[in-house]
Design a protein around this ligand. Structure first.
Ligand SMILES: *Cc1c(COP(=O)(O)O)cnc(C)c1O
Ligand code: SF4
Length: 345
């Protein structure tokens, strides 16, 4: 009889049948498609899309891991996942009213990489990188290079958190915080853990969706150790983003005590229909995720082709409410600079 040596088993989660190989996500991330022509080829798209894609790419680089591309329909430029990541020549146009920092985050940067806008919670820019570059991202112009703190700069940030006893929650954001290594994350979370007035650790991340293998043993390891209550706010805009691998990743997170929520952005050509929003909420719940926010579109330069008016967003949500139970209804919000919270529309 062949017995497996116990050292081959991951000690923290021996009962996990489907744990991905530790660190495999990093290879997937490094191997992400970063060439617009390659993305078009991979999906069998018409070469006429390439020039616009190249131009957009020069403004904000293309990045699409294969695990995400695999959920797109072949040869369909209207695919709702593809639209989120494929640069179009439309990005060159800059209608008036579009700005590079629509949320005026620069004014709230209390320390390098720390944004304190709302009572009781602060947002920490934990990693400048994302697993996927979303064309509509309101942070596409964010000066991440200036905001990704080194370890010594973290000391300054941690002092800020220690000194403000009104804080209850630290929000790891980015970029995508889970693009940081588990070594860095466990270092940081250990220190947050030691700040006794903090109660919650929140993560705003798209990685478990884009590369479900991100939810591996080393991640579950540090998540399992913290005393803080854990909330993960995922970012999913369309039901097709949730495949079986995403569901299994969510199950691993839920078993580790993570509360799963989702925020979406309303995007023209992606999810601006009642059917799409209904399917999204239903599918989220199948994955054990509750809808949290539906963000009204922010007028960021280069993304005007995704714009859905507030009036239309309101009408969609009103009709959505006639189809779904209350707990599957996201709250339609906009971030208005200077307000003490996100503002429901
Ligand atoms: C959105 C945001 C938060 C979180 O707001 P909630 O309403 O608690 O989800 C916190 N800080 C900043 C800077 C934000 O932009
Ligand atoms: S994952 Fe989030 S932060 Fe990163 S590009 Fe997409 S929307 Fe922006």
């Amino acid at each position: 009889m062949i017995t497996r040596s116990p050292s081959l088993l991951h000690c923290s989660a021996p009962d996990e049948p489907d744990l991905p190989a530790p660190g495999g996500w990093q290879r997937q991330l490094a191997g992400a498609i970063r060439d617009p022509a390659e993305l078009c080829r991979r999906l069998g798209l018409d070469a006429s899309l390439v020039p616009g894609a190249e131009a957009g790419h020069s403004l904000f680089e293309v990045r699409v891991p294969e695990a995400f591309a695999a959920r797109m329909r072949h040869a369909d430029p209207q695919d709702p996942l593809l639209r989120q990541v494929l640069p179009l020549s439309d990005e060159q146009s800059t209608p008036s009213g579009y700005v590079t920092d629509p949320l005026q985050e620069a004014q709230h940067t209390a320390r390098r990489g720390l944004i304190h806008k709302y009572a009781g919670r602060v947002l920490l820019i934990t990693s400048p990188a994302c697993a996927v570059n979303c064309r509509y991202c309101f942070r596409r112009h964010f000066p991440y290079q200036d905001n990704a703190p080194s370890r010594s700069q973290w000391d300054d940030t941690l002092d800020y958190l220690r000194d403000d006893v009104s804080l209850r929650e630290a929000i790891l954001s980015g970029g995508d915080p889970l693009a940081a290594s588990d070594r860095q994350l466990s270092w940081l979370v250990e220190r947050l853990d030691a700040i006794s007035h903090l109660k919650r650790l929140r993560m705003h991340t798209r990685l478990p969706v884009v590369i479900p293998d991100r939810v591996d043993g080393p991640l579950l390891d540090w998540l399992g150790k913290t005393r803080l209550q854990k909330v993960m706010v995922l970012h999913i805009n369309h039901a097709n983003e949730i495949d079986d691998a995403v569901i299994r990743a969510c199950q691993r997170l839920a078993r580790s005590g993570v509360t799963l929520l989702n925020q979406s952005v309303i995007l023209k050509g992606v999810n601006d229909s009642v059917d799409a929003l209904e399917a999204l909420s239903e599918r989220l719940f199948e994955a054990g995720i509750l809808p949290y926010y539906l963000h009204a579109f922010d007028p960021v330069v280069g993304a005007a082709h995704f714009d859905v008016s507030d009036q239309r967003a309101d009408a969609l949500v009103d009709e959505l409410r006639t189809r779904l139970p209350g707990f599957l209804m996201p709250t339609l919000v906009r971030e208005i600079p200077g307000e003490a919270s996100k503002t429901p529309l």
